[in-house]
Structures are given as C-alpha cells and as structure tokens.
Design a protein around this ligand. Structure first.
Ligand code: BGC
Length: 378
C-alpha cells in the first residue's frame, strides 16, 4: 500500500505532535514543536480559535502564546483573543471565530456557566469545542477538556501546610486564614475542596484556629471566601481587613491558604504592610502557577510554595487534541468520570501538577527552561 503525500504529511505531523506532547511531560525539553515545516493539507485550511480570559494574569499570556505557536508551526491558522475578564467580550470573540469558519474552539472560559448559547452556535456550524484548563458547564456542546488535576492542586497545598506545621505530629494550635478563588471559575471549587479535605479535620479538632471566623463549614460553602476575578487587590484588602479586625494585641497569623499566586501576591503585600518579616513571623503561605513575581517572593521568604502547572505541557496536549479532532482520529483522554458539566461527563486529559518551593526553583523551573536563571536573579 502506498501513502498519498497528504496522508504521509499527516502521519509525520501526528508523530511530531505526539513527540511534542511527550516532551512536555519530561523535566527537560529539547524541542517541543512539531517537526520543521511539516504542514498537512488539513491544517493549512483549518482555523482554530483560541479564547483566553485575560492578559492581566501572567499565566494566560504564556498559555496563549505557546498554544498559538504550536498550532502555527503545525500549519494551522489561528485567532488568539483575550477578553479582559469580561464575559460579553469573550462571547463576541467566540461568535467572530465561528463566523470566520473556525473548526475548533479552544476556550479558557471566564464564567463557566455563561457560554451555553454561543456553544450552541458553534455546534450548529460543526465546530468542536475543547475546554482549556477550566471546564465549561451546563452545555452539551463541550467535546473535550484538558487541564491539570485541579483537586490535586488543592490537596498539594493542604498537605504542604500539614507538613510545614507538623499537624500530623499533633502540633498546634495555629492561626489560619483561608482564601478561595473566583466563584465563577469551575476550577476554584476543586482547589478549595482538595485543600479543605486535608485541613478541615484540624479545624474541627482545634489544631487550626480561624480567628476571622472565615472558615467554610463544608467544601460546598467555599464561595463565601471566594475572591472575584482572582484579583490581587481584592485579596490584599481582604487580608488587611482581617488583620485589622481580628489580630489586635500581638496576635499573629501563622498560616494562609491561598489558592493561587495572584491572591498570594496581594496577601503578601498586606502582610508586608502589617509588619510581618520573612524569616521571623512571616506565615506559611501557599500559591499556584509559579508566576515570576511569586517565585521571586519565594526566594525572599515571602511565599512558602507554589503549585507549578507547566503550561507548555498543557499546550502540547491541547495542540495534539486539536490535530486529532481535525483528522477525525481518536482523541487521547485519561479521565472519563470526573468532569460532569451538568449536561454530560466531558472526556478529559489530566496532567499532574507539581510542588515548587525555594529549594527546587532551580531544578524545576530553570533547568526545564520555564524561566532563565537571569529572570529570577539566580
Ligand atoms: C487556573 C489557575 C489560575 C486562576 C486565575 C484558574 O482557572 O487554573 O491556574 O491561577 O484560574 O487565573
């Protein structure tokens, strides 16, 4: 049997994307892009829309740029849009992509419940939808989902606190202030429940005390401490309020559960302003994303850990998914049970998050090429 040129190119490109995906999971990455110049006939005529939530958070800039680069190298046309965290803007951007004939939409949603009607328009035009990082809820028209294991992210934060404070050895009581992510982001509840399932037993036994009273009774009550739009400024003023109202007379915060780096940045600013000092009374403070400002804070003792999600690996996986969808091939997924969006269980590819502290910044983030040593002043 002879292969046509189109098929041969398609095979080469598939192999290149598969290799790129494997490279994304290893600690060192030599070349994470498809083989030089390989362009399938399919790809060349296919527009892929990439909808990202905002440019104001470092990670989404990295996510968008990396995915666009991979798809372009594989010969796809792309439309990459950022929506300034405004749902209406994201909907309009998606409508434009559909009207331009996009065959695949990759969407990191702002509000996971707000895209039903526009996704129906996509389905009517035969466009496939991949939810990127955040699940899209209440729509049957979500074909695939790719993300890091969100529950695990929270669990890693909770377990870090458990170990750092020696809670398993019976140490305590410690003063804890918990925070949660944006109530409209479907990921935020997984982050919170992963952490709270570890920490709540210690709150119940009195080894963790929450002087502000802002301790959700159950996982489901997490929105009561959610920070809208994941804003650093809101987290900062919330931390300031708690310090002013509940920590008079020398009482100290000993641990802060922060679900991500944008919140941790605001919380660290409030701690700074209140006179907390790294290396003496600075509390244990968690985070997520390995944003540069937070890695610098870790190196200065102002943040204890971050949960690193190598956004390049997510992009590699999603580029592969796009290619498989376009070619009508079986799409690689590894979880077909967990992510029920209210209308269906969305087939998902889950990647593993990793804890980074100041002790492994170099081996995890610099040796893998995520940051250069000079980015971090190392
Ligand atoms: C992402 C996090 C990010 C947060 C704020 C979440 O959906 O999974 O990595 O920190 O949004 O942008």
């Amino acid at each position: 049997m002879t292969l046509t040129r189109t098929k041969l190119v398609a095979v080469v490109m598939g192999a290149a994307l598969a290799l790129a995906s494997v490279a994304g999971c290893s600690s060192t990455r030599s070349n994470n892009t498809p083989a030089g110049g390989a362009t399938s006939a399919n790809a060349a005529s296919t527009l892929v829309g990439i909808a990202m939530p905002t440019k104001s958070l470092e990670r989404w800039n990295r996510d968008g740029a990396h995915l666009e680069e991979l798809l372009k190298k594989a010969g796809y046309q792309t439309s990459l849009q950022y929506a300034d965290n405004k749902v209406d803007q994201q909907v309009t951007q998606l409508q434009n992509m559909i009207n331009q004939g996009a065959k695949v939409l990759v969407i990191a949603s702002i509000d996971g419940k707000a895209l039903g009607p526009v996704l129906q328009q996509a389905a009517d035009k035969g466009a496939k939808v991949i939810a990127y990082d955040r699940l899209i809820n209440e729509s049957p028209n979500v074909d695939y989902y790719a993300t890091f294991d969100n529950y695990k992210v929270g669990q890693l934060q909770g377990q870090f606190i458990e170990t750092a404070l020696g809670l398993k050895d019976g140490k305590g009581p410690f003063n804890l202030e918990p925070f949660a992510g944006s109530p409209d982001d479907n990921n935020a509840k997984f982050f919170f429940s992963g952490a709270w399932d570890v920490l709540n037993p210690y709150v119940q036994s009195g080894k963790l005390v929450v002087p502000s009273g802002k301790a959700p009774k159950t996982d489901a009550d997490w929105t009561s401490i959610g920070i809208q739009e994941w804003k650093s400024e809101t987290a900062q003023s919330e931390m300031q309020n708690r310090i002013n109202s509940f920590y008079a007379g020398g009482k100290k915060i000993q641990v802060v559960l922060s679900p991500n780096d944008s919140l941790a940045l605001g919380i660290a600013q409030a701690l700074d302003a209140a006179g907390y000092k790294p290396g003496s009374d600075w509390p244990v403070l968690t985070g997520q994303d390995a944003d540069k400002a937070n890695v610098l804070n870790m190196l200065q003792g102002k943040q204890s850990m971050t949960v690193w999600k190598d956004t390049r690996a997510l992009g590699d996986e999603v580029a592969k998914m796009v290619d498989q969808v376009v070619k009508g091939q079986t799409v690689d997924v590894n979880d077909t049970k967990t992510y029920d969006n209210g209308k269906k269980v969305v087939p998902t590819y889950l990647l593993a998050p990793q804890v980074v502290t100041k002790d492994n910044v170099k081996s995890a983030l610099v040796d893998s090429g995520f940051y250069s040593a000079s980015d971090l002043g190392l």
